[in-house]
Write a protein that binds this ligand. Sequence first.
Ligand SMILES: CCC/C=C/C(=O)SCCNC(=O)CCNC(=O)[C@H](O)C(C)(C)COP(=O)([O-])OP(=O)([O-])OC[C@H]1O[C@@H](n2cnc3c(N)ncnc32)[C@H](O)[C@@H]1OP(=O)([O-])[O-]
Length: 289
Amino acid sequence: MALAAAGRVLLQAGSRLGRREVVDGARRFANKRVEVEADEAAGIAVMKLKNPPVNSLSLEFLTEFLISLEKLENNKNFRGVILTSERPGVFSAGLDLMEMYGRNPAHYAEYWRAVQELWLRLYLSNMILVCAINGTSPAGGCLMALTCDHRIMADNPKYTIGLNESQLGIVAPFWFKDNFVNTVGYRTAEHALQLGLLFPPAEALKLGIVDEVVPEDQVHSKAQSVMAQWMAIPDHSRQLTKNMMRKAMADNLIKQREADIQNFVSFISRDSIQKSLHTYLEKLKQKKG
Ligand SMILES: CCC/C=C/C(=O)SCCNC(=O)CCNC(=O)[C@H](O)C(C)(C)COP(=O)([O-])OP(=O)([O-])OC[C@H]1O[C@@H](n2cnc3c(N)ncnc32)[C@H](O)[C@@H]1OP(=O)([O-])[O-]
């Protein structure tokens, strides 16, 4: 119920943005920050993140992404989605730091609700989600990948993936942590989360953060062949199994959603946390210069 209500709010916000356009009938649609190549006959869509420069998960991005996802969910012909980046090199830089820095509590609350919604919608999706990780994917970017049923990463040692929040002086919330623990196991998660570790593809594969590492130019073909394998399983049995595996963890957030928002708002509003974010943003700037 709460999920549906939040979804409606996002849809209203999306139509206010007015940036959605339908291109080429049902086959392809795009808004400013997400491009969807939808092959209705095959039942598969490719969702490409395109929020330059680094696909950060801004509020506008989240709104547009959720609208596109809902559109696919509402069309029963679509059974599978491949998530990838329109910009090879960066899958997603994670949550948008500018949404969490120097804003007011109402903004933090609105932003956090949208981040929760992204996770819940992806994590509980009935569709098959395959992630084609064609670039670096820290923090929120890693979380998006973790919601998928299968993860394929490009074999480029420059790319990293993981939950690096503690390096920024912030803390991955319990549901990021739960999703990570359920993927890599408790001890690995405990170690990696405290140190905020980011892993290159070979290590990510060893730890089970990703399921496969393939040459960069084969990420998309591999994603298509993995999708074909998953599509061969009857939907009802796969969906019931997925729900059985995931429902309890999602329910844990749903039942304390408002408290989680309040926690985030009071945490991120602290002077010490704002200072940490300021320092991190300065570091990013210096790296550039
Ligand atoms: C409790 C909360 C839980 C939090 C979860 C999270 O996800 S926290 C997030 C944890 N995420 C991270 O720790 C990742 C931080 N980012 C990086 O490490 C690198 O940007 C990169 C490796 C992703 C790409 O390297 P690259 O050499 O291709 O690109 P570049 O470095 O030159 O950046 C280009 C521009 O983008 C800007 N910008 C970058 N990221 C963000 C962002 N998340 N947001 C907003 N802006 C961001 C950057 O400042 C610069 O702006 P400028 O100066 O042009 O105005």
